[in-house]
Write a protein that binds this ligand. Structure first.
Ligand code: NAP
Ligand code: GLV
Length: 309
């Protein structure tokens, strides 16, 4: 029994140490030193090269280092019969909540306007308004969206959320499905996208969606790049439908240096930096799944491949 580890984005030494703290007899194979590939029955990976997992003859389960598994599902060689488990981790949810709260407070307290004014040497006060008068909508009420909604609500914002199936969340007005999408969007002075990328959510942030929001609203996008129609965003910013946007995810990452969004005065670009799973807590979640696999118990956070998340 051996676990393959592959990621070019995560800290391999922190993850190795954390995994070995959890399971002392773990046989960890760090790519590209796979040893005898027939020993490998589990893989813990982020953006593995297409074909890597398909080449492991005795693989029994795939664990993702990230919450979003759209890139893995897009690999036609991904073994279709194996369980694929997402990352569910308190640090992932906590970092995401910090990111969204930071951006929400930036817009709420006009810091984006003061940054522009400072560049012009302009002294002009924008009076604060109470957080309770600011309506923030969260698209996606899963592991991350629920935590973000609770954090914003705890800060005093008026929070609403939208998901596929109905939810009851304390302090959050909830909406579900396409039928309630319009009512949800009509009350979003700020919209936070935390949806997984699926056939249904690709290009969901488009002109129709922006048109359903109040004029002068804000967008915080930390889902996946292909959910946003960039031309529609630029037009919504031009027309004043959107006042400003913070975008963390892009169809091509890194965002090319000559991409116009880098220089858009009302767009803040962050380099897919909103959140990630810390090794210590993430390893505890993975170790739980490894023990479950060894015992033959049901795995946690198994992706529904039909649904796409
Ligand atoms: P999750 O637990 O699977 O939650 C997904 C949520 O989206 C659920 O509430 C689901 O509704 C809802 N949803 C899915 N399809 C929908 C649709 N067509 N209409 C309405 N709601 C829909 O996922 P998560 O762990 O919260 O992660 C969400 C996403 O965040 C990831 O897939 C990834 O793309 C992104 N992410 C980004 C970063 C970053 O650093 N930028 C970091 C981590 C994750 P139901 O509850 O009804 O199923
Ligand atoms: C990061 O984007 C993740 O899906 O965890």
């Amino acid at each position: 029994m051996a676990l393959l580890w592959y990621s070019t984005d995560d800290d391999v030494s922190a993850w190795s140490a954390a995994l070995r703290d959890e399971i002392d007899d773990l046989d960890l194979r760090i790519w590209p030193d796979l040893g005898d590939e027939r020993d490998i029955d589990m893989a813990l990976v982020w953006l593995p090269p297409p074909g890597l997992l398909a080449g492991l003859p005795n693989l029994e389960a795939i664990f993702s280092l990230g919450a979003g598994i759209d890139a893995m599902l897009a690999d036609p060689t991904l073994p279709a019969h194996l369980p694929l488990c997402r990352m569910v981790d308190p640090s992932l949810a906590g970092y995401m909540s910090e990111y969204v709260l930071t951006v929400a407070l930036t817009y709420h307290r006009h810091m984006h306007l003061y940054a522009e004014q400072q560049a012009r040497g302009e002294w002009r006060l924008h009076l604060p308004v109470p957080a309770a008068s600011r309506r923030i909508g969260v698209m996606g009420l899963g592991e991350l969206g629920r935590h973000v909604a609770a954090t914003l609500s705890g800060h005093g914002f008026r929070v609403r959320g939208w998901s596929r199936s109905g939810k009851r969340l304390e302090g959050v007005e909830t909406f579900a499905g396409d039928d309630e999408r319009g009512a949800f969007l009509a009350g979003c002075d700020m919209l936070v996208c935390l949806l997984p990328l699926t056939a249904e959510t690709e290009n969901i942030l488009d002109a129709d969606l922006f048109a359903a929001m109040p004029d002068g609203s804000f967008l915080v996008h930390a889902g996946r790049g292909r959910q946003l129609v960039e031309a529609d965003l630029v037009e919504a910013l031009r027309s004043g439908k959107l006042a400003a946007a913070t975008i963390d995810v892009f169809p091509i990452e890194p965002l090319p240096a000559d991409h116009p969004l880098w220089r858009h005065p009302r767009v803040t670009v962050t380099p897919h930096a909103a959140s990630y799973a810390q090794a210590a807590s993430g390893a505890a979640f993975v170790a739980d799944n490894i023990r479950r696999l060894r015992r033959g118990d049901p795995l946690l956070a198994v992706v529904d491949r039909e649904r796409g998340y």
